[in-house]
Write a protein that binds this ligand. Sequence first.
Ligand code: CTP
Length: 398
Amino acid sequence: MLKGKKILLGVTGSIAAYKSILLVRLLVKEGAEVKVIMTPAAKDFVTPLSLSTISKNPVLVDLFEENTWSNHVILGRWADLMLIAPLSCNTLAKMANGICDNLLLATYLSATCPVAAAPAMDEDMWKHPATESNLDKWRGIGHHIIPVERGELASGLEGEGRMAEPEHILKFIEEHFFLKKDLAGKKALVTAGPTHESIDPVRFIGNHASGKMGVTIAEELARRGASVQLIMGPSKIEMPGLGIKVQMVESAEQMYRASVAAFPTSDIAVMAAAVADYTPAHVSEEKIKKSENSLVLELVKTKDILQSLGEIKKNGQVVVGFALENRNEKAHAMGKLKKKNADMIVLNSLNDTGAGFGYDTNKITIFEKDGTELAYEKKPKQQVAKDIVDRIVKMLYV
Ligand code: CTP
């Protein structure tokens, strides 16, 4: 994803500087051209030789080296992104206040590209009001802070302030600066979570769906530029950010109404909710008292949301459904694709361990209306969401 991108990495004096070697390796592996500038203090933690070997570029430390002046203005203009990792408390304070007493600071003040930093500090320094006010100033300039992580700190204490792991830094910058916004201008509708069908004022029929897969897909669609409306059944999982509009519903009927209302203006609909197939024919207004030895509930079919959208779908709209099966998986998935007039069915097999409800991983097979069948490995749900959205993008633009 970083092929041809120019990244200027600033390394400051912090114990976390040793991780910058791995960070440079990851950036180079992703195709980026990396130039490194170190503060003089950083040299006590990692050698310029290691970083120049890995980055395949000379490492700069001083404004003047052997009678030559390092042109910080050109360096600042060369980069697509200036990344400071680790960012020490001292360098943060200087940057926030425009102090310029080394090459890294001079280059920072000359940089015309976006700037991001991964701070590294002990928890007490991280939470000190002076640091907080410097961070606010820094953010106010429009720079990005890559969240610190919890864990063992240089002091030996446990807490918040560790520099983000290099893999997380890479992910952050890819998502914030270099991700293709291939869904910009598109609108997406996603259903997620279970539904609750009321029996009486205190009881309901529900299922074990967590909503994780649907929320992760909504996030991936938003990350790629779509404006997303998430229609969410009762779920305890954290609601997504990224500007996603969340509409909470309880029952299958409410989810149906919200989906049908949003669909006509949507380019994409992903039906990831585990909608109840049946709902009580009558909801008792009073709490049902325990009396007889058995209780018979009459259930009636709910409206199939996916099928309803499939019926009113217009050319250019992409409708995606899920199928959770435990036998004759392929036949059932293909059956749902056809019956519900979907463009794509994502099959989860209950026979695969680590797939389906409640897990952070999933293993899927995608069936598309032109007969394409794609089986994927078991992966974290974020990767699965990427795979699904890749197929949606392909379908939208053919
Ligand atoms: N679905 C829906 N509305 C319903 C039931 C299901 O939109 N009332 C959608 C789900 O969100 C999913 C797909 O249909 O995308 C398949 O759901 P699933 O429960 O696997 O299939 P059903 O059609 O309900 O069939 P069965 O339960 O018999 O397998």
